[in-house]
Design a protein around this ligand. Structure first.
Ligand code: AHM
Ligand code: MG
Length: 294
């Protein structure tokens, strides 16, 4: 069986990059363990008498502390922090992350995950420059879906907490699932036309409210995840740097595509770290369809 270390070695991954990937991947266990300690019970303290934190803040602090201690990371940009955090100015790689995506689902025990991207240099770069992108999913299994620009692989934690390869060279099929965020009553004409078109062609709605989990389903079965614009939020809801770029990179590496409805979001150089973007990510055919609608 190939484990994550074997895989990184087989790609001749640079030592620092491999170390950062493994360091973050190994935080899945403490994060999973912390869910129960950080639920909002009526007394608002956990079983050890500690004040509870929201899990997204907890995960952010936990991962950032581990990266700071390692000395391997130049900058961290996290969905949970207003500013970019500089850790070690002379380090080669920087990390972008959504430490706990889908956080509204934590209280109802649905699938959530951690999204990560790694750049050489600073974090304010186009997604196409990512050296690695991956996410951990805290579902019935803990899985890690990763790309270092040479295809996509999925690993799962075994009973010893080692990531063993589940699937290699993952290819996103031309499937028929879709999930769309936003209020239907606020969808703009272009998005309405797209959804009507794909539903007319047999697309089936499946949406959980966790981008990372909804994307994982699309990666495996094919289709499209969308978070469209509205009059109130012309750029939708999701963040380019922490969410859309790492997931878009993985989609692209699996033969799918990512777009803001007009062009490839992996080409956009971010101007602000928390910049939002409309997103359509999924099977190539689906992305071609939305880009063709005026
Ligand atoms: P989060 O990073 O705070 O969890 O917010 C992003 C989440 C995505 O995971 C998900 O797809 C989307 O927000 C759901 O939004 P909505 O409830 O508007 O459908
Ligand atoms: Mg998120």
């Amino acid at each position: 069986m190939t484990n994550l270390s074997d895989y990184l070695n087989s790609l001749n991954t640079e030592k620092e990059l491999a170390e950062i990937i493994k360091l973050i991947a190994n935080q899945a266990e403490p994060i999973r363990a912390a869910f129960i300690q950080n639920q909002n019970y009526s007394d608002s303290k956990n079983s050890s008498g500690e004040v509870q934190a929201e899990m997204d803040t907890w995960s952010d602090i936990h991962i950032t502390d581990a990266l700071a201690k390692s000395g391997l990371v130049r900058e961290v940009a996290s969905e949970e922090r207003d500013e970019i955090t500089v850790l070690n100015k002379s380090a080669k790689y920087s990390v972008v992350m959504d430490p706990l995506d889908g956080s509204s689902l934590i209280k109802v025990n649905l699938c959530v995950g951690t999204i990560v991207g790694i750049y050489e240099g600073g974090v304010m770069q186009a997604g196409k420059n990512l050296k690695a992108a991956f996410y951990m999913l805290y579902g019935p299994m803990t899985t890690l879906t990763i790309s270092l620009g040479k295809g996509v692989c999925i690993f799962a934690h075994d009973s010893n907490g080692v990531y063993q390869m589940l699937k290699e060279n993952v290819k996103m099929p031309e499937g028929n699932l879709y999930g769309s965020g936003g209020l239907k009553t606020e969808w703009l004409e272009k998005h309405k036309k797209f959804i009507a078109q794909i539903e007319g062609e047999g697309a089936k709605n499946r949406y959980s409210g966790s981008f990372v989990a909804d994307f994982h389903q699309i990666l495996n079965y094919g289709g499209v995840y969308a978070y469209p614009p509205s009059e109130k939020s012309p750029k939708g809801k999701l963040r380019l740097v922490f969410e859309v770029n790492p997931i878009g990179f993985l989609a692209n590496q699996a033969g799918g595509a990512v777009s803001n409805g007009v062009s490839n979001t992996l080409e956009i150089v971010p101007e602000k770290v928390h910049q939002r973007t409309v997103v359509y990510v999924g099977s190539k055919g689906m992305i071609d369809k939305i880009e063709k609608i005026n």
